[in-house]
Design a protein around this ligand. Structure first.
Ligand code: FAD
Length: 317
């Protein structure tokens, strides 16, 4: 079922989860062990992230190095199929521009459609680790909006191959990313919001946000979106802080602020077990507040911390 249908049919705040594909070498069972305890909350769907390959230098027997492309977390499409099969829940693959030609993207979308997947989260992806800024493939999509238009074309039966006449229409519900604290490459929030509006005007039916730890930033973002005519559902993305290290890692990688009260609380902790308690309490309060505000869905980045997410969701349902 589409995300928009889940939202339209529900009278209460929905819950959804996001998982990473297991590292190469691990079985799908490790993912099930991660998700099993969370399924009691009957999530409306489970998102599966996409991780592009990285260039690495491997030492050869003669002592020289060779450059190899390694995908540490393959399997987004297969994992979506496995999750749908195992739990009978909708799975949403993250689809990125980076590393794909448009033809490869089209083939992947056809696979997803054959598997019965109704939703895709349409993203640009970040620059590859060896690039200073994002570069698309020579025949790839540059921005999320370009990928969105490609999916939108398939929804109208328009394939890349012009010889395909009366192509079957695919019916994906498309979500896009939004950034309450601005995407780090955008010159300012106003321009970033205009870009977001362009994605909505190009067919995005809902927005899923980057994590944030200060709800007032999310509320201001929702207000600003409404102010420029963005009227699709905006789903907050939520993540717990569980280690001291994250105080510097999260701002560096995700370009988000940690509010003073939270950072003070974390700095007072002696162990990461204590940080986990502070992070759980903070996320629980955030969730309660967002629920009261009337968000349609609380979307949790579970990322290796299902126990924490379990405790948070248990406290709010
Ligand atoms: P875009 O919407 O294309 O925007 C990228 C930048 O370009 C922004 O600064 C925007 O303002 C600007 N821009 C947009 N359109 C134009 C234009 N026409 N001209 C000039 N500038 C423009 N990454 C992964 O690799 N895998 C994942 O699974 C994944 N999941 C994510 C899930 C969520 C909910 C979020 C918020 C992010 C996720 N990301 C993921 C990270 C995401 O790929 C990066 O944040 C990426 O840098 C931007 O993606 P985007 O889709 O927002 O890009």
């Amino acid at each position: 079922m589409k995300v928009t249908e889940h939202i339209a049919q529900s009278k209460k705040t929905l819950v959804s989860f996001e998982v990473l594909p297991p590292l190469k070498g691990k079985t799908i069972t490790s993912l099930y062990e991660h998700l099993d305890p969370l399924m009691e909350f009957k999530p409306s769907w489970v998102n599966v992230t996409y991780h592009r390959s990285e260039s690495m230098f491997k030492k050869k027997v003669d002592g020289t190095f060779e450059k190899v492309e390694v995908r540490k977390r393959p399997g987004t499409v297969g994992i979506c199929a496995a999750i749908m099969n195992h739990y009978r829940v909708d799975a949403i693959p993250h689809l990125i521009c980076g590393g794909f030609t448009k033809r490869e993207t089209e083939d992947a979308l056809i696979d997803l459609n054959f598997l019965g997947i109704d939703n895709v989260l349409v993203l640009r992806g970040d620059a590859a680790k060896n690039e200073s800024s994002f570069e698309p493939e020579p025949d790839g999509n540059r921005y999320a909006i370009d990928l969105l238009k490609q999916v939108g074309n398939l929804n109208h039966g328009i394939y890349l191959d012009e010889d395909i006449l009366n192509g079957s229409k695919i019916n994906f519900c498309m979500g896009v990313a939004g950034y309450p604290e601005k995407h780090f490459e955008a010159p300012n929030l106003e321009i970033d919001l205009q870009r977001l509006k362009e994605k909505v005007d190009a067919g995005a039916e809902y927005i899923m946000t980057q994590m944030f730890f200060d709800n007032s930033k999310f509320y201001a973002f929702v207000k600003a979106c409404k102010g420029i005519g963005i009227n699709v559902p905006i789903i907050p993305g939520l993540k717990p802080i569980t280690s001291k290290k994250q105080l510097s890692v999260l701002p560096r990688i995700f370009h988000v602020d940690i509010p003073t009260d939270l950072s003070n609380g974390i700095m007072r902790c002696k162990t990461d077990a204590e940080v986990e308690l502070v992070g759980t309490e903070w996320l629980t309060q955030q969730s309660k507040d967002l629920k009261e505000f009337g968000v349609p869905v609380l979307h949790y980045y579970t990322l290796g911390k299902p126990k924490v997410i379990h405790n948070v969701v248990k406290a709010i349902v």
